[in-house]
Design a protein around this ligand. Structure first.
Ligand SMILES: [Mg+2]
Ligand SMILES: [Zn+2]
Length: 180
């Protein structure tokens, strides 16, 4: 079984610039490439993103696909291969099964790629990202980049908070994993 890191997109690997559909609006954090290069040595990498802007009609599915193709391409140029990018386009009213914190995509990855979820990590800047991880026994980690600062008070699991993906990866790679 393989361990994995499930990365939120906005506010974790790129700046949260709202609902974007143009590649000019993709801004990687300065540390993203370096950090993912290190993580990929030990973990399979996934991206899981809620893009309810599609469901709200603010951005198009094609636009989001364009942004995702660009992100994956830029990562690939740095020899970083994302196993799969999962995107939920829905709004809450759709009552879909895939919107985080629903663990649907985690369970998909577990089955499809034989991922050891209990020894995997989920990183995000919304409380729902952390819930998404903990709900199936992965370790959810909250970062203060993106919307992290803003939603900090809504967080239920407060034990694992880092400034950014950079500090999170350093901690993960040190092998400091809590037991529950
Ligand atoms: Mg986010
Ligand atoms: Zn969905």
């Amino acid at each position: 079984m393989k361990k994995a890191v499930f990365l939120d997109r906005d506010g974790v690997i790129i700046e949260d610039s709202g609902y974007i559909e143009n590649i000019e609006d993709v801004k990687f954090f300065p540390f993203t490439m370096e950090v993912l290069k290190k993580l990929k040595e030990h973990y399979e990498l996934f991206i899981v993103t809620n893009q309810s802007g599609i469901g709200r009609g603010l951005i198009t599915e094609e636009g989001v696909e364009r942004v995702h193709a660009y992100i994956l391409d830029e990562l690939r140029k740095n020899d970083i291969h994302i196993k799969e990018l999962y995107c939920c386009p829905h709004i809450n009213e759709d009552k879909c099964i895939c919107k985080k914190p629903n663990p649907y995509f985690l369970l998909e990855a577990e089955k499809k790629y034989n991922i050891d979820i209990k020894n995997s990590f989920v990183i995000g800047d919304h409380p729902s990202d952390v819930e998404f991880g903990f709900s199936v026994g992965a370790t959810g980690i909250y970062v203060l980049t993106g919307h992290g600062e803003k939603h900090l008070s809504e967080l239920k699991h407060r034990e694992l908070i880092f400034d950014s993906l950079k500090e999170t990866a350093e901690w993960i790679l040190e092998g400091n994993k809590t037991e529950n």
